[in-house]
Design a protein around this ligand. Structure first.
Ligand code: PEP
Length: 253
């Protein structure tokens, strides 16, 4: 047993207009109102953040950005800063999602700068890492995770309670319907936790939440959550519908 509170996080990606996001957030707020012993987070698109934040007021559901820039302001057309996310009501931000790495040139170095920016604005970064199918087949899963963690968190000196979240998201399982087995997830999570222990010490490693992401659905969430080092889920597709997402929040029922 550990005392890490599970976190069920929804990444809405580039889905939902403001009105649709408000409707989904209102539904979710109602559906998970009785949930206990679990934290819930949603990451709508930037344009819906403020409106959704207003809906979530007075609810324990946390609001998150899907990305941020590492500078606080400036001539960076199309970008958004940690301070702006906080101003819109966010308390968390997803950093280094594989779609950002794959399609938008995100690197471990930019991820590192973004984590620094998030923490300085009191946003909890959700650091996403994970291997591609080719990397797994070549037997490189652990070396990929090792590099992503070391470089992403390079220069930090976490020495107590964790104020970041890590999401292990094997790229081959994202949006594909191919979920990692719970044994594969546990093996990767334990590797990550041990690495964090060696880098930052036990108080940090034993409190950091490591989420699994990759085709999490109501029919596989319970089995995944039973694994000792799986502390929650980062969910794409199944987070878009409030009824479906609420079933993940009540994974224990
Ligand atoms: C994700 O995008 O982080 C994700 C895990 O997506 P999905 O749940 O759709 O696989």
């Amino acid at each position: 047993m550990n005392n890490r509170t599970p976190l069920i996080a929804g990444n809405w990606k580039m889905h939902k207009t403001g009105a649709q996001a408000v409707e989904a957030a209102s539904g979710l707020k109602r559906l998970v109102a009785s949930a206990t012993g679990v934290e819930v987070m949603i990451a709508p698109t930037f344009t819906a953040l403020y409106q959704v934040g207003q809906v979530l007021k007075g609810s324990p559901i946390a609001l998150a950005g899907q990305n941020l820039h590492w500078e606080s302001q400036g001539a960076f057309t199309g970008e958004i800063s940690a301070q702006m996310l906080a101003d819109a009501g966010c308390s968390q931000v997803i950093v280094g999602h594989s779609e950002r790495r794959q399609f938008f040139g995100e690197t471990d170095e930019t991820v590192n700068m973004k984590i620094k920016a998030a923490l300085s604005a009191n946003l909890t970064p959700v650091l996403c890492i994970g291997e591609s199918e080719t990397e797994r087949e070549a037997g490189n899963t652990f070396s990929v995770l090792d590099k992503q963690v070391r470089d992403g968190l390079n220069g930090f000196a976490f020495d107590g309670q964790a104020d970041i979240v890590v999401a292990y998201e094997p790229v081959w399982a994202i949006g594909t319907g191919k979920t990692a087995t719970r044994e594969q997830a546990q093996e990767a999570h334990l590797f990550i936790r041990n690495l964090l222990d060696s880098l930052f010490g036990k108080p940090f490693a034993s409190t950091v939440r490591i989420l699994y992401g990759g085709s999490v659905k109501p029919d596989n969430v319970k089995a995944l959550m039973e694994m000792p080092d799986v502390d929650g889920a980062l969910v794409g597709g199944a987070s878009l519908n409030p009824e479906t997402f609420s079933k993940l929040v009540f994974f224990n029922d």
